[in-house]
Design a protein around this ligand. Structure first.
Ligand code: FE2
Length: 214
């Protein structure tokens, strides 16, 4: 008897080493969008040091990463931060991490403005377990975040594929949409190609670590 004739035994693919990316939608985002856009633009306009460092490290764009990366303490963002926290709890639970003894705690939240010509080179987020982004303002031609396959050995001699399985991609773009939140492992490299549109692309990024519960 072959495996395929026995209902207890089945031929097929076993999935190992998946990379899990979580998508969520910020509740009530539409009503808050203009406030959020103003919040980020005001942040930039009042952050001379952040503008100076962005000019050096983030060509054509602005990020508060160097100067104001603890925006989770800002009362204006309280409801969104609460939602991100809840989403991180879901993310940890869905992974079956040890949430009895550890809990996700946010350790960074910063804002990014990508005008025309700006881009974000490949990077990961050190000293964290969960990273993510949510989109504040996205145009129809805003570039997509692109995740890089972390299995470096795969790059040795990849067979030709027919394009029907996204798992075969080496770079996987995920479309940004205003109000959408993405969560991913902090070790997963990602990038954003150059913004070639006239419209600013505004996002906020964050990191969590799994800390022991007291
Ligand atoms: Fe990032």
């Amino acid at each position: 008897m072959t495996n395929s004739q026995n209902s207890q035994k089945k031929d097929g693919l076993r999935v190992l080493f998946p990379t899990l990316i979580y998508e969520a939608w910020i509740p009530g985002f539409d009503a808050e969008q203009q406030n959020l856009i103003s919040f980020v633009r005001n942040l930039r306009d009042n952050d001379q040091e952040g503008q100076r460092l962005s000019a050096l490290e983030y060509p054509s764009g602005y990020t508060s990463y160097f100067t104001q990366s603890r925006l989770f303490t800002d009362a204006a963002l309280e409801s969104i931060v609460n939602f991100i926290h809840q989403t991180a709890e879901n993310y940890a639970q869905l992974h079956h991490w040890d949430i009895q003894n550890y809990q996700p705690v946010i350790n960074a939240l910063f804002a990014n403005i990508n005008p025309k010509f700006s881009f974000h080179p490949e990077h990961l987020h050190p000293y964290s377990h969960i990273s993510g982004v949510f989109y504040v303002k996205i145009g129809p031609d805003s570039p997509a975040i692109s995740f890089k396959d972390p299995r470096m050995a795969r790059w040795m001699m990849p067979p030709a594929a027919d394009g029907s399985r996204p798992e075969n991609a080496f770079h996987a773009p995920v479309k940004p949409e205003a109000g959408k939140l993405l969560m991913f492992p902090s070790w997963l490299e990602h990038s954003v190609p150059q913004n070639k549109s006239e419209e600013d692309r505004i996002s906020m990024s964050f990191n969590f670590e799994m800390r022991p519960r007291k």
